[in-house]
Every structure is written in C-alpha cells, then in structure tokens.
Ligand binder design. Structure first.
Ligand SMILES: [Zn+2]
Length: 132
C-alpha cells in the first residue's frame, strides 16, 4: 500500500456517521476541501466509539488527511474521497517563520489569519470577528 496525502492542510469542521458506498463510515467535513470517508468496518471495527471521540478533538483545528492506495493502482481509494488517517497539523513545527497567535478568540478558528488584538497581543481574533 502507498500512503497518499489527500488533504495537506485544512480545518476540520464537523464529523458524522454515515453510510457511503454501502459501508458504515465516519464522514469528516472541512472548511475548503471535499468531505472524506473512512471505512469503519475495515479499519475500526472494534473501536468505532473511540474513533469518534478522537476525531472530535480535531474539530476546528488544522489537519492533514491521508489515504492508502494499492501500489499498483494509484488513486483507487483516494480519488473516491476515502481516507484512513487524520492528524493534527502543527504550525509551529511546519512554519517556524510564522508567529503563532493561537486560534481566533471569537470564532475559535485556527487559521493564522488572526490580526486583531484588544489586549496588546495576549489574545487574537480576525478583524472581521471583532464586533461579533
Ligand atoms: Zn474569527
């Protein structure tokens, strides 16, 4: 199997349990990317509840999503919006040149576009969120 990155960096918005192509799946929804599906019957048969608990912790955070494809058939699973793993992206290690201001204190989105502070840089929010 070859590991393929299907989403390099996006914000996880929500998760749900759905049936996709006739299998029980966890569906993960993103700010910008297509929703992805993990086959719970194949990958998580004995830990379905734990998968939901673990994945919920990633909501509102930047994540990277990977899938497996057979070595001799690239795209078999990844092209159909399947995924296998979802992991937190650490801005601090990936982008050392960017000063990490943390998530927007108003909308909680962690996207590095926060640019407005009312307490001299202790906490930050989006300029567009400041009056919310
Ligand atoms: Zn905001």
């Amino acid at each position: 199997m070859a590991t393929v990155i299907v989403i390099d960096n996006d914000i996880l918005i929500s998760i749900e349990k759905v049936t996709y192509e006739n299998v029980e799946c966890i569906k993960v929804n993103f700010q910008k990317s297509n929703s992805k599906y993990k086959n719970l019957e194949v990958f998580e048969k004995n830990s379905i509840d734990q998968v939901f608990i673990d994945t919920k912790k990633l909501i509102d955070k930047n994540v990277q999503v990977t899938c497996w494809d057979p070595n001799d058939a690239p795209g078999t699973w990844s092209k159909n919006n399947w995924f296998k793993d979802i992991t937190l992206v650490s801005y601090i290690s990936n982008s050392p040149h960017i000063f990490d201001k943390g998530p927007c204190i108003k909308c909680k989105t962690y996207d590095l576009y926060v640019n407005f502070s009312q307490d001299f840089g202790q906490t930050w929010m989006h300029y567009s969120c400041k009056d919310n």
